[in-house]
Design a protein around this ligand. Structure first.
Ligand code: NAD
Length: 332
């Protein structure tokens, strides 16, 4: 059986990536949408061939309970709305994929995980890089230790933000670039640490160059993550410079994501043994098919709500470290 997915929020990521990816999936297809715009929903119904009865608004999501066409709800709204939309989907009894960051706070993550448990539905977070062969190689190297354990990780991610959008609004975004972009470095460093979380973090916020845009979120931040075994990650993220790279060094070798480290196109990756060249798959199609398979075979998702929560615990500790200028211990 092919499972039906309903996308919640038809913004850029849904339009450019998830919708097209759902034309390449084997175990699931787009069966409905949740949108604030009826006209937009009707256009999607036409483009993707689902009935107009499967168009919902944010207020009518509970009615999905009666709709057998929809098995999975995929929440792709601004971060600050994830908790509300995930909880609404649990009330309709649907399995859920939630975009990263999972929510604005750890407390919201806890509520989401509890709601999914109570409704007996599966929860997954949109960590698509688990389905990318270069990041799978990073995880394999971390596990099998070809070069020894990774002990020194560095990363940088940023883009230049020109206008005030929800990503610079604390209520909707939870924070600034750390929430949107830095989370990839946090997650990547934990991958390099073979799935371990850091034991402590330190952090420092950048001086704002556009204080009018970044009134209640950081414009940039640098931080360190200390892992057991003397491994350390030093990273930075900002909305004032453009970057997308990550490197992990071990005693006998290294892997470096030189360009487009955490995106879906144009990744350039080398190791101390030479360049890597995998055929880039459609990460989102693989990610959604994997979740559909979890449901069909009743196994837990490898990119679970707990993993989304772990990253939020680390991010909250980084914000606290920046605010207090103190080393903060991380307790997952
Ligand atoms: P976007 O601004 O393009 O789209 C957001 C959608 O939410 C819009 O359709 C908007 O109408 C809707 N929305 C509903 N209520 C809203 C409100 N109160 N305020 C603003 N918008 C509202 O954003 P996006 O880039 O599609 O990001 C959406 C989510 O997807 C975010 O959580 C983001 O972090 C995540 N994302 C993930 C990836 C990835 O690679 N995994 C890439 C991009 C975005």
């Amino acid at each position: 059986r092919v499972l039906g997915v309903a996308l919640v929020g038809l913004g850029r990521y849904s339009t450019r990536e998830l919708g097209p990816a759902l034309k390449q999936t084997k175990w699931c297809k787009l069966a409905g949408v949740v949108t604030g715009s009826k006209e937009k929903g009707e256009q999607w119904a036409k483009d993707y061939g689902f009935p107009v009865k499967n168009i919902y608004s944010y207020d009518t999501m509970a009615q999905m309970a009666d709709n057998k066409d929809i098995d999975i709800v995929y929440v792709v709204t601004p971060n600050g709305l994830h908790a509300e939309h995930v909880i609404a989907a649990t009330k309709a009894g649907k399995h859920i994929i939630c975009e990263k960051p999972m929510a604005n706070t750890v407390a919201e993550c806890d509520q989401m995980i509890a709601a999914c448990k109570a409704a007996k539905v599966k929860l997954s977070v949109g960590y698509r890089l688990h389905f990318d062969p270069y990041h799978q190689e990073l995880m394999r190297l971390a596990k099998e230790k070809d070069f020894g354990p990774f002990t020194n990780m560095t990363g940088d991610r940023g883009f230049i933000m020109q206008n005030k959008v929800w990503r610079a609004d604390k209520k909707l975004a939870g924070g600034g670039p750390l929430m949107d972009l830095g989370i990839y470095l946090v997650h990547g460093a934990c991958m390099a640490a073979n799935g371990a979380a850091p034991i402590a973090v330190t952090a420092k916020e950048f001086v704002k160059t556009k204080p009018e845009l970044f009134t209640d979120v950081e414009e940039g931040i640098s931080w360190t993550m200390e892992f057991s075994g003397n491994a350390i990650c030093t990273a930075q993220t900002s909305y004032q410079h453009s970057a997308d790279k990550f490197r992990a060094e071990a005693p006998n070798g290294w892997i470096e994501f030189k360009e487009h480290a955490f995106t879906y196109r144009g990744m350039v990756v080398e190791t101390s043994r030479g360049p890597l060249s995998f055929t880039p798959p459609n990460q989102q199609a693989l990610q959604m098919d994997d979740f559909a398979n979890c449901i069909l075979t009743n196994r837990p998702s490898g990119v679970s709500g707990e993993l989304g929560r772990r990253d939020m615990v680390i991010i909250e500790a980084i914000y606290k470290a920046a605010a207090t200028q103190k080393r903060m211990e991380v307790k997952i």
